[in-house]
Design a binder for this molecule. Structure first.
Ligand SMILES: *Cc1c(COP(=O)(O)O)cnc(C)c1O
Length: 427
């Protein structure tokens, strides 16, 4: 075959005609964009030298060292390492024991999985990549629906392989519920999947069963599968309830993505999963097999953590999870109470996750042409850095992380208030 092409096309180039050797980059690489980086690189980060920089930007709960994973989790990994039984290649979809443990962990609220429904991945990002790749076909010009505001990785993963994204709106005044009419209006015959992120990064929202059922009804009517990014499952504040989409046992085929990163405070360990919920067998015509094939491209996830995962998921005491929730609830309360006293911004109370959204009433700050210049000035004067809403496709907002130590949380919010009050209606 190759010989034939070479012969037919006369691809041989004479040495003298060769220019400098420039290797071309593939379109996959060219089309891969890190939207947070692109935006953050446009902000001059020059903090006020008089004030310690407080970064409320990175969604990594481990950076300040105040939040640590449980001892049980650490012991489980040490034990797995000592056993020496997890140094070889695992099956690309994961060890059966490890998959079984995840299946049981996810069955807590009535969703039912067997180990065969679970594929282990290198972090939840890689779970999402697998789901988007298995469902959406760039050669058919297909698209996926993703939330706005939302986590930018869905777009990164889709566009890098030539799949289009369409944004459905979330409604801030309704606790960031999905604008279901808008979502429905975006569906066309090329829509391959709907991405749901519940609880939501960056919104901190947690959807009610009723709202999820309405989404399922739309997906059912148009026969569109759902990719449910539930990485913040159970990181929910008192008074709210996490409902896994799969636990509603609709007839909609769902790929549930999750992992250890957030709830177990180990994002660097790169252990994620996809759990297949498909009571009607809609994924039996190639998708299940396709997932297995895709897992073989990189031969699965970290085996050491796989070896430890049955203990990690069972042995971490409730006290550990409660402690994390308490910290987040307390920080959310502090932020909300302090920020609501500021002029010209509106904090939105989160219902879960590690984030809080704050609206900037830009018309009250005529000095700044947009949220980016607002944010930049806040770094220069107050040394507080939050991610601008532009990172999540929602200009005029900023996202705060709630995982920093309490004294820094208070200090940062006090400085934001000073900043807002000082610049309010200043021109
Ligand atoms: C952090 C995060 C992920 C990625 O998790 P990893 O396991 O670190 O890859 C996926 N989705 C959302 C919404 C996240 O915030």
């Amino acid at each position: 075959m190759l010989d034939q092409i070479t012969r037919n096309k006369k691809v041989k180039v004479s040495k003298s005609k060769r220019g400098p050797w420039k290797v071309e980059v593939s379109s996959t690489a060219k089309n891969t964009r890190n939207f947070i980086r692109e935006i953050v690189d446009n902000i001059k980060i020059e903090p006020n030298p008089q004030k310690q920089l407080i970064s409320l930007s990175i969604g990594d709960p481990t950076v300040y060292g105040n939040l640590k994973t449980s001892n049980e989790t650490i012991e489980a990994v040490i034990k797995a390492a000592r056993e020496g039984a997890f140094n070889g290649y695992a099956p690309a979809v994961g060890y059966q024991n490890a998959r079984q443990a995840v299946a049981e962990y996810l069955s807590f609220d009535g969703a039912e999985y067997s180990y065969e429904d679970v594929i282990l991945c290198s972090g939840c990002s890689s779970s999402l990549e697998m789901c988007i790749t298995v469902l959406a076909d760039p050669l058919k010009g297909q698209n996926i629906l993703v939330p706005r505001p939302g986590f930018p990785i869905y777009r990164t993963l889709a566009e890098s392989i030539g799949v289009k994204v369409k944004y459905y709106d979330l409604i801030p005044e309704k606790d960031w519920e999905i604008d279901l009419d808008h979502l429905e209006s975006l569906i066309d015959y090329k829509t391959a999947a709907i991405v749901l992120n519940n609880p939501s990064n960056p919104c901190g929202s947690v959807y009610s069963e009723d709202h999820l059922r309405k989404l399922l009804a739309i997906a059912y009517n148009y026969q569109i599968p759902i990719i449910a990014d539930e990485i913040y499952d159970r990181l929910v504040f008192p008074g709210h309830k996490f409902v896994s989409l799969a636990s509603l046992n609709s007839y909609v085929p769902i790929l549930v993505c999750g992992g250890l990163a957030k709830r177990f405070l180990v994002p660097g360990w790169r252990l994620g999963w996809v759990a297949i919920h498909d009571p009607i067998g809609a994924f039996d015509h190639g998708v299940r097999q396709g997932m297995v094939k895709l897992s073989q491209r990189t031969i699965g996830s970290n085996t050491l953590i796989q070896g430890a995962i049955p203990s990690i998921l069972k042995a971490s005491p409730q006290k550990f999870f409660d402690g994390l929730i308490d910290t987040l609830v307390e920080n959310a309360k502090i932020c909300y109470e302090i920020l609501k006293t500021a002029k010209g911004i509106i904090p939105y109370r989160p219902q879960g996750t590690m984030y809080m959204m704050v609206e900037i009433e830009l018309e009250k700050f005529p000095e700044f042409k947009d949220g980016m210049t607002f944010g930049q000035k806040m770094i220069e004067e107050e040394s507080v850095f939050c991610l601008p809403g532009e990172c999540f496709e929602i200009p005029g907002f900023m996202r705060l992380v709630l995982t920093v130590p309490q004294n820094l949380m208070e200090e940062a919010c006090d400085r934001i208030v000073d900043f807002c009050n000082r610049h309010y209606l200043l021109s």
